[in-house]
Design a protein around this ligand. Structure first.
Ligand code: FMN
Length: 210
């Protein structure tokens, strides 16, 4: 075989490897979405009075946002922040009152943006804080405004001392019956900053690869 032919074959082989690599990358990054709602992404403005210890989650990315980042980094999924109107106060007790009122009135806050082309995602990690023992009303808005039928939903929740409470039960009740719902991750608010290893262990248990 001439040197020219060998060179040509080598070029072709390199091209094949390059294209195969691209395909794997694309599949990995395009069929996983990490969508999350967090107080920190939904405050009108941070008031000067904000206590950065007790109200740390009022500052983006918030607790759920941090867990979302660990997940997206590991799975190479796309991140989507669920942002709604009206915004919440950066004052904790005011935010508690606003959320309680929304829940009482079964309000659906308006999504500022929707996921473009939700069809291209097969797996949706859906994260939110426990608000008043259940899912924030923004999660109702998100689920109602996107067609999630047939998708795999992987819930992750951050919370205070209450834990998951009714969050997963209430989420399951609003998802369409043909959704496959995987084992949720529950993270206590005070453990968020050191939760990366736990998040990765949970992902491996669910058969996600880095
Ligand atoms: C409006 C509101 C209601 C909350 N209700 C609960 C609750 O019922 N149970 C609980 O364990 N934690 C509750 N928390 C605490 C949050 O779930 C917790 O701080 C969470 O990690 C916040 O996540 P974020 O920073 O992504 O918003 C509440 C927080 C807020 C702001």
């Amino acid at each position: 075989m001439s040197l020219k032919k060998i060179f040509l074959i080598l070029i072709l082989l390199l091209l094949c490897f390059f294209l195969m690599g691209q395909d794997v990358q694309n599949k990995k990054s395009t069929n996983i979405l990490v969508a999350y709602f967090s107080w920190g992404n939904n405050v009108a403005r941070i008031s000067e009075k904000v206590d950065t210890i007790t109200q740390a989650s009022a500052i983006a990315p918030g607790h759920t946002g941090k867990v979302a980042q660990y997940i997206a980094e590991f799975t190479r999924g796309d991140i989507f922040e669920i942002v709604v109107e009206p915004k919440y106060s950066s004052n904790y007790s005011e935010c508690l009152d606003q959320a309680a009122e929304q829940l009482r009135r079964k309000e659906r806050p308006v999504l500022v943006k929707k996921v473009a082309n939700i069809d291209r995602y097969d797996i949706i990690f859906l994260g939110f804080p426990n608000w008043w023992h259940t899912i924030p009303m923004a999660i109702h808005s998100f689920v109602e405004e996107h067609d999630l039928s047939g998708k795999t939903i992987v819930p992750f929740v951050t919370h205070g001392r209450g834990g998951l409470e009714r969050t997963i039960r209430d989420l399951k009740a609003i998802l369409s019956e043909d959704c496959r719902i995987l084992e949720p991750l529950s993270t206590y608010e005070r453990n968020v900053d050191r939760a990366k290893d736990d998040v990765e262990r949970w992902l491996r248990e669910l058969n996600f690869q880095r």
